[in-house]
Design a protein around this ligand. Structure first.
Ligand code: GDP
Length: 406
């Protein structure tokens, strides 16, 4: 925390830290007991005195130091008696946490602190013991798109406050950011994306689209929101981001952003144009939105949730086989010479994206277009909107199969 930094990453980190201080019930101010007190420690102490609810001072790296000496000088910060700890050696930590919890409880009587984990059941395997409901995991969402498409605006709209900073300044490396948020009582985790940053910063002009970060974010998420600037149309860069998403097999929702700025008379046409240009992503729902005016964000997030359910759904073998047979009855795979591919049954071979494995004979003769037909058929019947779907064909070795004439 560098409270006096005015520019660059340090200033952005300071903003994020201030946010955390305001939100926290208690702040642990960690100091370096080897280095001793610095003027900056005083600055931080002043800031904490102004804005923190409760503060505990922890003087770290004090292993091997006499208790009376360790941390004594930090009394001068005026934030109470310092606790000496050694994080590396685990010394003084339990006492520090106990002290913090007591302080919070005293300050807010009746506050319910989390219960310690329940002891394991004395009767493991007891059929009457109710199985604990598995908590719903947050859906990991990545907002990707080219610079200026409105990613930061959308993210801040979803988070409901300005708490996002990015570390895209050249020369800095940071772990990727993941922020949890709730939208309509559903939990999501936002994973880091190229271009997450605040507006109006000096380095904005030199920011480049980062392929590596985009790929990481796509890799890291369950569902991608592809942000497209509805005013600019589909650019080459949009196309390449879309193809990364397609290759990754991630679930996808497309947002046509800045819809507020599209003249109402043109909207129907513009939407059609996007659908045509993004035809290869037709498995994904497309939503015109306005991140700036916070329009249609609910429908967008509902599609994110639906895409996630589709990507992780369990498809039963009897159902898949039934749909397969119906598909064949509706339109049989075309003959290839004297051979007609025979499909017998289908089962699920994977999730996220769902893989449907079809077994039969001479399936190497099935054309790509017939595979696409099957994909569409399964997608419609099994409500798999929002996720890519992979069809795998496996021919069993059949020694009696008719030989293909040369
Ligand atoms: P990023 O580079 O993708 O993070 O894009 P930003 O969120 O920084 O937005 C780029 C510019 O587009 C800013 O000037 C935003 O105010 C503007 N913008 C973002 N969303 C919308 C929107 O829904 N409508 C309009 N009209 N402008 C928007």
């Amino acid at each position: 925390f560098e409270p006096v930094a005015a520019t660059g990453v340090a200033a952005q980190m300071a903003r994020q830290t201030r946010q955390a201080i305001v939100e926290a019930d208690l702040v642990i101010f960690v100091l370096d007991g080897r280095q001793g007190m610095t003027p900056r420690d005083q600055d931080i102490a002043n800031e904490l005195r102004r804005s923190a609810r409760l503060v505990r001072v922890a003087v770290n790296k004090t292993e091997g130091m006499a208790q009376a000496v360790a941390g004594a000088e930090f009394h001068a910060l005026g934030l109470g008696t310092p606790s000496s700890i050694s994080s590396a050696h685990g010394e003084g930590i339990v006492e520090l946490i106990g002290d913090c919890l007591d302080a919070v409880e005293q300050a807010q009587p009746g506050l319910s602190l989390p219960e310690p984990p329940a002891a394991p059941s004395p009767h493991p395997g007891d059929p009457d013991a109710a199985a604990p409901a598995e908590p719903e995991r947050p859906i990991r969402v990545a907002v990707v798109g080219r610079p200026n498409s409105g990613k930061s605006t959308l993210i801040n709209a979803l988070l409901g406050e300005e708490r996002l900073i990015a570390f895209d300044t050249p020369g800095t490396t940071r772990d990727s950011i993941a922020v949890d948020f709730e939208f309509e009582k559903r939990r999501y985790t936002l994973v880091d994306t190229a271009g997450i940053r605040r507006r109006g910063k000096v380095h904005e002009t030199i920011e480049k689209f980062s392929v590596v970060k985009t790929l990481q974010a796509i890799e890291d998420c369950n569902v991608c929101i592809l942000m497209i600037d509805a005013i600019d149309g589909v650019s080459e860069q949009d196309g390449s981001i879309a193809s990364y998403i397609l290759d990754s097999g991630r679930a996808l929702v497309i947002a046509l952003n800045k819809w507020d700025a599209v003249p109402p008379d043109n909207r129907a046409w513009v939407e059609q144009e996007f659908a045509r240009k993004l035809h290869f992503l037709s498995f994904a729902r497309m939503h015109p939105i306005s991140a700036l005016k916070r329009k249609s964000l609910k429908t967008l997030m509902r599609s994110v949730t639906a895409a996630h359910s589709a990507a992780t759904s369990n498809l039963s073998t009897p159902k898949l086989t039934r749909f397969l047979l119906a598909a064949i009855q509706h339109q049989a795979p075309p003959r290839s010479g004297p051979v007609r591919p025979k499909m017998r049954y289908a089962h699920q071979g994977g999730q996220n994206p769902p893989v449907i494995v079809i077994h039969g004979s001479a399936l190497n003769k099935v054309s790509e277009s017939y595979k696409r037909y099957l994909e569409g058929w399964f997608r419609d019947r099994m409500a798999l909107q929002g996720t890519p779907l992979r069809i795998e064909l496996r021919s069993g070795a059949n020694p009696f199969a008719p030989k293909t004439p040369r």
